[in-house]
Design a protein. Structure first.
Length: 344
C-alpha cells in the first residue's frame, strides 16, 4: 500500500528589520534567582544562559514573533510567544512533577528496538542527513503503542540531544508531541498514514568548513524556507522551480501578490478554492492548493490562509496554516536548518 503521509511541525517565524535587546531574569518557585538556565530563540542558533544573578539578554529582530524558550533540568519549559510584545520577561520556574507511569500489562507485538527505529525514522527522516543523525540520550525516550488505534506516541524525560554530523549541528529538541498513525497494526513507515512532531529547537554549530557549507546550501535549496523565499522574491525560473495550478504549469503572478514590508514580504493568496474542492477538514474560510516541481521533486502546498509574511531567511508567519505533501512534506528534523540560516 502506498500511504500518503501528512507531516505537521512547528517552525517559528522571524520578521527581521532592526534588532533590539530583550532582557529578563529567571527565578525558582521561592523567588531566588537561578543561574545557568538555558534561554534561546526557538529554531535558531541564538541562545545564552542566565548569569549568577539569574539575568539574561539576547538580540532579537524588531517586529519578530519568534518564541523565547527558557529551559532548565527539573523544571517545566517556559515558552514566551512574541517576547517583544511582552513587557515583563521575568520568569518563574515550576518544578516538574515526578509522576509515576501507570504500568498496564498487555501483549506486546513490537519490541522497543522496533518502535525506536520507526520513531527515529519519523522524527529524523530517511534522507542522508536524517540517517546521519545520532540521538545521544535514547534512554530518555518513552514509547507507547496503542493497539486499538494503531498509533505510536512518544514523550521524552529530557530534551532529545541530536548530533547532526551531516549538517554540522548539535540539536537540542524539546519534544512536546509526537505520534505516527498506521492503517494496520504495524511499525513500518510504509504503513503510516499520518505523522506529527512538535517541539522547540536550539541549534549549536559544531563544524564549519567549505564542504559543510556546500551541503547546507544544497539542503537549503530543497527546503520549505527556500520555497517561501522563491515565492517572496518571485525568482521561480532562476531557482529552477515550476509552479502548477492543478495539472498545468501556471504563472504564480496570477495567484499571489507580493508587497514589501521592511525587509520582509507580505504574500496575499488571490483565489479561494473552498467552493471547488471537498476538504476532509470541517468548513474552512479559505483554502488554496498548488503544486511545485524542483529538480524532479514534486510537492503540493495547501494554504489555509490568504495572507502571510516571509522574512529574509525564508521563514513564514503562518506555518500552522500552510501545509505540504509530496517531497517537501517528507522533510524531518534531520533535514532542517536553523531558521536564522542564510546561504553564504
Amino acid at each position: 500500500m502506498i500511504s500518503k503521509i501528512q507531516l505537521l511541525f512547528v517552525l517559528m517565524f522571524t520578521v527581521s528589520a532592526y534588532s533590539q535587546t530583550i532582557s529578563g531574569s529567571v527565578f525558582d518557585e521561592t523567588k531566588v534567582p537561578v543561574p545557568g538556565v538555558s534561554v534561546y530563540l526557538d529554531g535558531t542558533t541564538i541562545g545564552t544562559v542566565t548569569d549568577g544573578n539569574g539575568k539574561y539578554s539576547l538580540e532579537i529582530s524588531q517586529n519578530s514573533n519568534i518564541a523565547l524558550i527558557i529551559q532548565a533540568l527539573g523544571y517545566e519549559t517556559i515558552i514566551i510567544n512574541d517576547p517583544l510584545k511582552n513587557n515583563d520577561l521575568d520568569s518563574y520556574l515550576i518544578p516538574k512533577q515526578n509522576q509515576l507511569r501507570e504500568v498496564i500489562i498487555t501483549k506486546e507485538f513490537f519490541t522497543r528496538k522496533q518502535k525506536l527505529a520507526v520513531f527515529k525514522e519519523q522524527l529524523l527522516g530517511k534522507s542522508k542527513a536524517g540517517r546521519s543523525c545520532i540521538i545521544d540520550n535514547e534512554e530518555d525516550i518513552l514509547l507507547d503503542y496503542d493497539y486499538k488505534t494503531n498509533v505510536l506516541s512518544a514523550t521524552s524525560i529530557n530534551p532529545i540531544k541530536v548530533r547532526n554530523t551531516y549538517l554540522g549541528y548539535d540539536v537540542e529538541f524539546n519534544l512536546q508531541d509526537f505520534y505516527v498513525k498506521f492503517y494496520k497494526k504495524s511499525v513500518q513507515s510504509i504503513d503510516a498514514t499520518e505523522s506529527l512532531f512538535l517541539g522547540t529547537t536550539l541549534y549549536r554549530e559544531v563544524k564549519k568548513d567549505s564542504k559543510i557549507e556546500k551541503i547546507r546550501r544544497e539542503t537549503y535549496k530543497q527546503s520549505t524556507m527556500n520555497f517561501f523565499k522563491v515565492l517572496a522574491n518571485n525568482n521561480w525560473k532562476e531557482a529552477k522551480y515550476t509552479f502548477y495550478k492543478g495539472s498545468f504549469p501556471a504563472n504564480p503572478e496570477h495567484y499571489f501578490t507580493i508587497t514589501s514590508v521592511g525587509d520582509s514580504k507580505k504574500i496575499t493568496v488571490l483565489y479561494n478554492d473552498t467552493e471547488h474542492i471537498t476538504l476532509k477538514e470541517n468548513k474552512t474560510k479559505f483554502y488554496a492548493e498548488y503544486s511545485v516541481l524542483n529538480k524532479k521533486n514534486q510537492s503540493k502546498i495547501m494554504f489555509y490562509t490568504n495572507e502571510f509574511y516571509v522574512d529574509k531567511f525564508g521563514n513564514n508567519s503562518n506555518s500552522d496554516e500552510i501545509r505540504f505533501s509530496g517531497y517537501l512534506g517528507t522533510r524531518r528534523l534531520g533535514d532542517l536548518l536553523p531558521s536564522n540560516y542564510l546561504p553564504l
